[in-house]
Design a protein around this ligand. Structure first.
Ligand SMILES: N[C@@H](CCC(=O)N[C@@H](CS)C(=O)NCC(=O)O)C(=O)O
Length: 337
């Protein structure tokens, strides 16, 4: 027994010595390192960083902090705050355009559609990470996409951003609505964002994960590596929300009823509240556009395009009116370069 303990101690000491030699070589003459040795060093460093990050942030958050740090380092994101922003200009942080759609995130589509409806000029800043620049992660942002920077201040949540910009830019897309209309608008906005959204999440990230690398235009290896962490987090979010406690069939039933409600209320009107678009149209288009243009083989797509085709007509109406640069934006995606 004591012999085997001694063996383990001996092996650990030898491992430690070998590592010391490798680290020394790294700092004195890295060209002497073989590929195998470099691989070992990278592996050990990753483990060390993961241990430190997990210790400080907990395993779940730590992993996301780590992934976000990698994304921030190698991604295309940049921070305008403190780097010569233009006063009065809205910088919208969100993911880059892909072949399927100008933004893969429904709340980004909502925000940008609102900005276009309200005729507020903005500049998109592309990021994959939800943590955002330091100023955002630790002050007013909530670690979700999208967020904006305005006059050097960061702010998250599409709903709060709309309220803020309405005041700041003296805009009111809802001005023609009665109080009762506003109540209906709020109910539909909350339905699509707190309920229908999760149907898309389930369909996109759980049921059709295999198609994600194509949709996100990222190497399949990246999607393969983040699959278990990403899906575990989504499963926990869906469970915490409550929708994740339902069976797949029940979730599909809920989505069917949500989409039917929008279709019935829309009827033959051009926009939800009448002849002209209001804020609720930006919110509903944000979610439906993702179903129409990013989930072609899903049951959600069938509902929107076949069962309730007025929803498809509605999406195309908004796209044609406010996204005349759609093709230009989606063509700029990596795949076409
Ligand atoms: N209430 C937020 C919701 C934003 C949201 O859920 N964004 C998603 C992407 S569409 C996100 O950042 N998810 C990552 C996470 O929750 O960690 C808003 O209106 O902006």
């Amino acid at each position: 027994m004591s012999g085997s303990l001694g063996d383990v101690q001996g092996s650990l000491a030898a491992l430690y010595e070998n590592l010391q030699t490798l680290v020394l070589l790294l700092f004195t003459d890295p060209t002497q390192l073989s590929y195998g040795q470099a691989f070992v060093l990278v592996g050990v460093s990753v483990l060390l960083v993961a241990t430190v990050v997990w210790t400080f942030f907990g395993r779940q958050n730590g992993t996301m902090v780590f992934i976000n740090a990698v994304l921030r380092t190698f991604g295309t994101g940049q921070t305008k705050t403190g780097a010569g922003f233009t006063p009065g200009k809205v910088y919208v942080y969100g993911p880059p355009s892909v072949k399927a759609i100008p933004s893969l995130f429904p709340f980004s589509m909502k925000l940008e559609t609102y900005l276009r409806m309200a005729d507020i000029p903005y500049q998109p800043v592309h990021v994959w990470s939800t943590q955002g620049p330091k100023v955002c992660a630790y002050t007013s942002c909530n670690g979700k996409i999208p967020w904006i920077e305005y006059n050097g201040e960061a702010m998250g949540d599409s709903g709060l951003i709309l309220e803020f910009l309405n005041k700041e830019k003296d805009v009111d897309l809802n001005q023609s609505l009665s109080e009762a209309d506003k109540a209906v608008s709020r109910a539909f906005t909350k339905m699509v964002e707190e309920s229908t959204y999760w149907g898309l999440v389930q369909s996109r990230y759980m049921d059709n994960y295999g198609k994600l690398h194509d949709l996100f235009e990222l190497p399949w290896t990246v999607m393969f590596l983040v699959r278990s962490v990403g899906q575990r987090e989504i499963r926990q979010m869906m469970r915490g929300h409550g929708i994740g406690r339902h069976s797949k069939e029940e979730i599909e039933g809920i989505m069917e009823k949500d989409l039917k409600a929008i279709s019935s209320f829309l009827g033959a009107k051009p926009y939800l509240m009448g002849d002209e678009p209001t804020e609720v149209d930006a919110a509903v288009f944000g979610q439906l556009s993702e179903i129409v243009w990013t989930a072609p083989d899903s049951y959600l797509h069938r509902i929107v395009t076949v069962d309730y085709p007025n929803l498809l007509v509605y999406c195309n109406r908004i796209k044609d009116r406010y996204w005349s640069d759609w093709d230009q934006l989606t063509k700029k995606s990596k795949k076409d370069k």
